[in-house]
Design a protein around this ligand. Structure first.
Ligand code: GLU
Length: 483
């Protein structure tokens, strides 16, 4: 393995995997894997107030389902563990103290009331550096007497701090805008700002890939690297994922646009492969090919950083649907049946040939979640709309259909081999014998049996799905309705 590139995915366990986060994970993964590098998973759970039960499992499960295997992380271990931040508290303390010794950080004993008083009427206000230069003696006394404290970073008070982002180019911050940020909180937990820098360094991360909400705070993180005398990593900030509003405007992708978590999309019947393929293209495009279909392996081979775009990408549910339908079509039948059959079995009556129905639906659905709706006409008898019997092309009317059904019923009643081929042959023969168009015969029977205009499959295929008893019963009912 070439360890010249190491990336990491560092999610906070929120309980669900937002598609934007999944895309971040994917790009971090691909950047490493496209170059034989290493991909690390780290759980950022130091915000104790926001802990959600079972949230870590959601992250692990998502990575497993999408095939993004990590070289180091919870469960698999590695030389830089533990990989869960709440288990690394002594490490952060040690490094915060190093910064204090080096004069880059300090203890701050300001009370919450004092900090509150620094805020303006809008509740905005930064820290004024009150404890920045406390005499050492005073600090020691305060610590000894157990006064609560935080540890703050000592920011430079003049000049600028810059770095070059791989996607956005140079980002520069005026140091006077930087507050002395908290590194260790009063409860002893580190802030994200601090611990992710320590971890990225200790874990050998060379490329930090993450959402662009961190673009402008990254100068602060660069200053931490500088204070420790560590080499700064490369930064790869990714543009926001947007959703289209009803009025055509685009805003940050959120629940009002539709399902936004990986799990919700999966529950709606989207395939992990299709989701991964689609989101890979939301902010990245391959060079030298117009190919749109990429397995994870193909993405590994094709990915490069210069294909990343800084313009916000709009998540288009229709496009995802299209990808998904293509993936379903390409699915080997056995694999498809494993997913489709349980859904059909749960909605259809027992005598229905669910396997045949599943086969009919295979090329006709865009998501597995559509199956119950598409099978509703099998699950129960829909209200009949007799206008459906009228069809221009086949020159059918309800009256003609009634005659056809009356004449076909006894022929169908005699069939023992209730399969598509036999049914088709019998109806064809009847058409020939009666001098009617085969299309008209099939139309009448299909509408009578399905009670629906557009169906997955023709008259005889559907009769095979329903079985003899149900098919004949539906035709008899149709005849009564046509009377
Ligand atoms: N825990 C942070 C988040 O989920 C990670 C940001 C980063 O990748 O540095 O937003």
């Amino acid at each position: 393995m070439n360890h010249t590139i190491t990336t990491r995915f560092a999610p906070s366990p929120t309980g669900y995997m937002h598609i934007g986060n999944l895309r971040t994970a994917l790009y971090a993964y691909l950047l490493a894997k496209s170059q034989g590098g290493k991909f690390i998973l780290r759980i950022e759970d130091t915000d104790q107030e926001r802990l959600v039960e079972g949230a870590q499992e959601v992250i692990l499960k998502t990575l497993e389902m999408t095939g993004m295997d990590y070289d180091e992380g919870p469960g698999v271990g590695g030389e830089h563990g533990p990989y869960i931040q709440s288990q690394r508290l002594p490490i952060y303390r040690e490094y915060a103290e190093k910064l204090i010794q080096g004069g880059h950080a300090y203890y701050c004993f300001c009370t919450p009331e004092r900090l509150e008083s620094l805020k303006d009427e809008k509740g905005i206000g930064g820290y004024d550096g009150h404890c920045r230069d406390l005499p050492e003696e005073e600090v020691r006394e305060k610590l000894a007497s157990g006064i609560p404290y935080v540890i703050r970073q000592k920011m430079p008070q003049e000049g600028t701090t810059s770095y070059v982002d791989e996607v956005y180019g140079e980002v520069t911050m005026d140091n006077t805008e930087l507050r002395d940020q908290i590194l260790i909180k009063a409860d002893g937990f580190p802030t994200y700002n601090f611990c992710h820098v320590v971890d990225d360094h200790l874990m050998g991360v060379t490329h930090v890939v993450r959402g662009n909400e961190y673009l402008t705070s990254t100068p602060k993180y660069c200053l931490l690297y500088d204070a420790f005398g560590w080499e700064r990593p490369h930064y790869v900030h990714l543009p926001l994922l947007m959703g289209k509003d009803a009025d055509g405007n685009v805003t940050k992708l959120s629940k009002r646009h539709g399902a936004v978590s990986f799990q919700d999309l999966v529950n709606d019947g989207y395939l992990p492969e299709a989701i991964v393929n689609y989101i890979a293209l939301l902010g990245w495009s391959p060079k030298e090919t117009t190919e749109e279909f990429f397995s994870l392996d193909a993405l590994k081979a094709a990915f490069s950083m210069d294909g990343l775009s800084k313009s916000p990408a709009v998540f288009d549910y229709e496009k995802l649907k299209w990808f998904n339908s293509e993936y379903i079509k390409r699915m080997p039948e056995e694999e498809y049946l494993v997913k489709a059959l349980p859904i059909l079995k749960s909605v259809c009556p027992e005598n229905v040939d669910t396997e045949k129905l599943a086969q009919l639906l295979h090329t006709r659905i865009a998501a597995f979640g559509e199956i119950p709706e598409r099978a509703a006409f099998v699950a129960h008898r829909l209200p009949m709309d007799c206008d459906l019997y009228t069809n221009k092309k086949n020159k059918t009317t309800p009256e003609l259909c009634k005659t056809i059904l009356e004449e076909c019923l006894p022929l169908l009643e005699c069939i023992d081999n209730w399969d598509n081929d036999t049914l088709f042959a019998v109806l064809k023969q009847y058409a020939a014998d009666s001098g009617r168009k085969a299309g008209a015969v099939m139309w009448a029977v299909r509408i009578a049996v399905a009670r629906l205009g557009i169906t997955p499959g023709g008259a005889t295929e559907l009769m095979e799905v329903f079985g003899k008893e149900e098919s004949l019963s539906r035709i008899r009912q149709a005849l009564q309705e046509l009377a």
